[in-house]
Design a binder for this molecule. Structure first.
Ligand code: FAD
Length: 463
């Protein structure tokens, strides 16, 4: 049988399993059906209920504008799938092509998609994390609980971590006039994603809205009362803050533990795959039948020197899912690379922040249009003399122009497209804080001598 016949047979009668039934999983399933896949489709998800959208959880759900159960993702089409929900996948057997579920069942497949995303990094001391009033925000249930706590009018909310989620939650609390302390180990909010210059602007914004912002300090302990309710936080500089709601916003952990013994290239930054979403095995060889999409994927982007990039962006999850689905049912010659330029948005303190490109892939940044003082501007990021990203504050209509500059590898600093370039605009070093986690993938050892035998094996981490 020819490759084309085999592919047609798979499209007609094959079995696809998608592990991770959320944004990327659902959009991939819809795209598979759009692409003419009529075989068996199984969705495996550890959460119960319909797939839902996460961005509103730290925004409209928290303000009470949208109820947590009103975030269900709109369906683009019927996907005619078997749904196995409320049970996590626990293992992947590549030799026998099946997924193991935590309840002991096995689910066979011909091709599968891994879209297990990220979970919230919990507060590291379990007993303190379990105190009443301590929250993370990743799921619908998390957001509903925090919304109730915020609506009850707490005396103070402490937010640990001033990344995008922590800053958005601080903003909602200040809108409701709730006293807020934000604790951030780095020198300013958003600095890890957008660098020092934008971090300073974000810090000014928070303080202007009445946030008690404490940067360069670590929360060392959460203290509860006799009823097990959080009451106070201790800081590394010896100070304390009394708070009855604490939000732990320390970023995410990629859901890859279930793949530990699978033989795939899995690490703290996710599951490595090629630009066509096909997973790499431990040896760095691309697999044929295993695809990856969304927050859990880590793939090389040709626009960024083929570096492996992991993104936690909504639009990336959708685009990657569609590419993975297309490639699953296409011959090699018809496969697509995932070449889109990343985009991200956030709303906080009355400002609509949007970015295009990869701001962390930069050595310089310059304000190219508008006014920082009015919080209406665009800043362009450059790496070794070419434009690699841009961020806008209340000025998103220009981002498409910058996306085109990035795609053309246009010289940095770019000329201002409007007459409102700040007169003193000069590129400055972008200045990201050092990584707290090393960018490590799987730790492996090489075995074998003959070229036909040489393979790598995963090693357990030694501490
Ligand atoms: C509070 C919040 C605000 C956000 N705001 C923005 C924003 O403003 N802009 C933006 O671009 N992005 C935002 N994001 C990020 C965006 O929501 C994610 O990029 C998107 O959800 C990624 O989708 P995904 O399907 O890859 O992963 P996820 O949405 O994480 O879904 C993965 C699914 O897999 C399940 N799963 C995990 N392990 C297993 C297993 N072993 N077996 C079965 N199922 C499993 C998980 O429970 C989950 O249901 C936000 C995220 C959060 C949490």
């Amino acid at each position: 049988m020819s490759t084309a016949d085999t592919l047609q047979g798979f499209k007609r009668d094959g079995r696809v399993v998608i592990v991770g039934a959320s944004l990327a999983g659902l959009r991939a399933a819809e795209a598979l059906r759009d692409e003419g896949f009529t075989g068996k489709l199984t969705m495996i998800g550890d959460e119960l209920g319909e797939p839902y959208d996460r961005p509103p959880l730290s925004k409209q759900v928290l303000t009470g504008w949208v109820p947590a159960d009103g975030t269900t993702l709109p369906r683009r089409r019927d996907i005619d799938a078997e749904w196995l929900l409320g049970v996590p996948a626990d293992g992947l057997d590549l030799a026998n092509n099946h997924v193991r579920l935590a309840d002991g069942r096995t689910v066979p497949f011909d091709r599968m998609l891994i879209s297990t995303g990220v979970r919230a990094r919990p507060w590291p001391v379990e007993a303190e994390a379990a105190l009443d009033g301590v929250f993370v925000v990743r799921t619908r249930e998390d957001a509903a609980g925090l919304q109730r706590a915020v609506a009850a009018g707490p005396s103070r909310v402490l937010i640990i971590g001033a990344g995008f989620t922590g800053s958005e939650i601080a903003s909602v609390c200040r809108e409701r006039d709730i006293p807020v302390t934000v604790a951030e180990l780095a020198p300013s909010p958003l600095v890890g994603g957008l660098g020092a210059m934008i971090g300073e602007i974000a810090a000014d914004m928070q303080r202007a809205h009445g946030v008690d912002l404490r940067c360069g300090v670590k929360v060392t302990q959460l203290e509860g009362d006799a009823q097990g309710r959080v009451r106070r936080a201790h800081f590394s500089d010896g100070s304390t803050v009394d708070a009855d709601v604490v939000v732990v916003a320390l970023g995410g952990i990629r859901n890859t533990e279930w793949l530990r013994d699978s033989g795939l290239a899995v690490g703290v930054w996710g599951v490595a795959c090629d630009a066509g979403c096909r997973a790499f095995d431990l040896n760095g060889l691309v697999t044929d039948d295993i695809f990856v999409a969304g927050d859990v994927a880590r793939s090389p982007n040709p626009m960024y020197e083929y570096r492996f990039i992991s993104l936690e962006h909504w639009a990336n999850a959708v685009e990657q899912a569609e590419i993975a689905a297309h490639n699953m049912v296409s011959t090699q010659a018809n496969r697509w690379p995932h070449l889109s330029i990343p985009t991200f948005w956030s709303i906080q303190f009355g400002v609509n922040i949007k970015s295009v490109g990869v701001p962390t892939y930069a050595d310089e940044v310059v304000v190219t249009q508008g006014s920082v003082a009015d919080h209406r501007f665009v800043a362009a990021y450059g790496y070794q003399g070419r434009v690699t990203a841009a961020v806008s504050f209340n000025n998103a209509k220009w981002l498409d122009h910058y996306r085109q500059l990035i795609e053309r590898a246009a010289p940095f600093p770019p000329p201002c497209p409007t007459p409102d370039q700040p007169l003193d605009a000069k590129p400055v070093p972008v200045d990201f804080p050092g990584p707290t986690l090393l960018a490590q993938g799987a730790t492996v050892v090489v075995t074998g001598h003959d070229p036909g035998e040489r393979r790598v094996t995963a090693m357990r981490q030694h501490r």
